[in-house]
Design a binder for this molecule. Sequence first.
Ligand SMILES: [Zn+2]
Length: 411
Amino acid sequence: MYPGGEQVFNLTYEFKLKPTQAQVTIFEQWLERCRRVWNYALAERKDWYKSRSCPINACSIMSEYIMPADAPRPTIASQCKSLTKARSEIPALGEVQSQVLQQVLRAVEGAFVSMWERNHGFPRFKKPGRMRSFVFPQLGVNPVQGSRVKLPKIGWVQFRQSRPIPEGCTIKQARVVKRVSGWYVMLTLQWDVSVPQILPHGDMIGVDVGLTNFVATSNGLTVKHPKFFVDAERKLKLLQQRVSRKKLGSNNWRKAQRKVAKLHEYIANRRKDWHWKLAHQLCDGVGAVFVEDLNLIGLARAMLGKHCLDASWGQFFQILEQCCFKRGVFFMKVDSRKTSQICPNCGHETGKKDLSERTHHCSNCGYATDRDVAAAQVVLSRGCAAVGHTVKMLSEGKVVGLPLIKESPSL
Ligand SMILES: [Zn+2]
């Protein structure tokens, strides 16, 4: 009846690694080799597409791709095959674990798939330093003992155990990430089917996201956008100015660059922390959360680009879903079409609202409320319909049976 009948759920736990100097050297080398594999695999695919898209009547002085007409399209299978061959010929590649490199090829494939299916941009080549992580898709038996993790081919690496790893889960994969503040490992923990499936229960809320309010819920809570970037923008500008005054590639340039990267990391951390706090607040006292299923990339392009990405609803929804799982709250995405054009009280279509129009006022039943709250109530009633519950509404414009969450401090 509900989506995802068998629940296999993943949570990612992140720990700061304490690698030895020798291990850091290995990490750096692997990252660089992964980067080269990425660029090679991308070039192979790009050349193939370019050679197909040549106009027949065009002069070949501008571009000439020496590729037979029947050359097969590079696929993940063919690229894995040539990778195996390359690994036996190039010792530097042979040193890196094969699955780690295959995972890079998979990422190249993924970049193309999201271009075709999700309207993302054409995959790009990576400059030195742009490759920031690599993945072990499989780990050995008992990969974590105490505060150390065993990475294939690299061996035991110490980490700072900032939180215990819960019982009853298996560690599926490990991603080693390079940040300004050091090296981290992201462990993907998986719970088996034995986890009881969460069913919608108790009070339910719908969540709407928008440009004026970061979120609005069906019970009347509105939370403003966190203006992390606006706060940090002045400082960022200053630091970037300093970078531009240094000689490119010099030690001072590197130091200034590092400060910029540190500020970016700080902003990202703060944003993530805020998202978790907000997610917990939304989960308080409810048994089901419904959100819109948004096409975020399209939205970010169509709307105020940077502002949208700063708001980062994608990350928030992921965090909200994880938060719901941890707290036993049902979570579901519902159709997001026309949520702001329908009256939540009577279902009458009120037509498109201008962005400046802040209130919803129904000409059919006279229901009036905040525009975003109305959209959240539409999300709620759609979610309720999808799981076979009815939503109780009062004609005065209040959804009954839902506790009011206190407004969170705007940051
Ligand atoms: Zn109405």
